[in-house]
Design a protein around this ligand. Structure first.
Ligand code: OAD
Length: 250
């Protein structure tokens, strides 16, 4: 059987290659963070898609904040798993690298990755609804729900909700990376939420091979050059070691 390193060697990568990684909730599953669409994705009777909207916040900021407080409490006890750690090592060792995540749990940063675009924001940042100022806020649990800014206005989580645009600069930098990628890794995303879902296709159309890591098939699978079926925490460390070898930076 052909080894993973042999399969990666077919892509003619070298130290000048740009490696782009897109991650989704599946990469944090083994850290114990519930995924969005998995069976553990419900809170009380609510679906994420019904709470993570500007309309829900306008109607009922208390309930939306209770849900975020609950998620912050869960994530605050979780640690990066071997997949986060392996990607942080890629970030450290590969000269041209970009990690794009849809996750708001901050676990890539906690693992030590630095070239990270958090497309959907971060659970531990808040934004003033009046002034737009963004602060880090790690208070868990929150003393006041919903929390208020010093100016008196409501604070909101600094995350992107359904129906809201991703900040333009983050989106542009992500598309730019995908257009210039030499290799794209896609880890633990159901690839159904745009625009992130279209990024692997963009890289593929620009000529980059795509490697998918997911226990299940997704819309990426039909055009992935390599599909690795399994858990990120088990597969990504091995993949990272092979990739560093192939790039000659191991
Ligand atoms: P989903 O919950 O939609 O998908 C999680 C994916 O991870 C699925 O394809 C699973 O098969 C896979 N998975 C589960 N366990 C895994 C493991 N151990 N290793 C690898 N993969 C595993 O999450 P996302 O694709 O991230 O957006 O969802 C995208 C966006 O939709 C989220 O960022 C969020 C959500 O609504 C916003 O909040 C704006």
């Amino acid at each position: 059987m052909t080894s993973l390193a042999d399969r990666l060697s077919d892509f003619n990568l070298d130290v000048d290659s740009l490696v782009v990684v897109l991650t989704g909730a599946g990469i944090s599953a083994e850290s114990g963070v519930p995924t969005f669409r998995g069976k553990d994705g419900l809170w009380k009777t609510y679906r994420a898609q019904d709470l993570a909207t500007p309309e829900a916040f306008e109607r009922d900021p208390k309930t939306v904040w209770e849900w975020y407080d609950y998620r912050r409490q869960i994530v605050a006890t979780k640690r990066p798993n071997p997949a986060h750690v392996a990607l942080a090592e890629l970030d450290e060792k590969i000269p041209h690298f970009q990690l794009i995540t849809q996750n708001v749990d901050g676990l890539h940063l906690e693992a030590g990755a630095r070239r990270v675009i958090e497309l959907h924001g971060n659970l531990f940042r808040v934004r003033c609804t009046a002034e737009g100022t963004v602060f880090e806020d790690r208070e868990v649990p929150l003393k006041e729900i919903p929390p208020h800014c010093r100016c008196g206005a409501l604070l909101r989580p600094d995350v992107v909700w359904f129906g809201e645009p991703i900040p333009h600069d983050l989106l542009e930098r992500s598309f730019e990376a995908c257009r210039h990628a030499s290799l794209m890794l896609v880890v633990g995303t159901s690839a159904v939420v745009q625009p992130a879902a279209s990024m692997p296709l963009l890289a593929r159309q620009a000529g980059a091979p795509v490697v998918e890591i997911n226990p299940e098939e997704t819309p990426i699978t039909p055009f992935a050059d390599i599909s690795l079926r399994g858990r990120a925490g088990e597969i990504v460390p091995e993949l990272a070691t092979s990739l560093l070898d192939v790039l000659g930076v191991g």
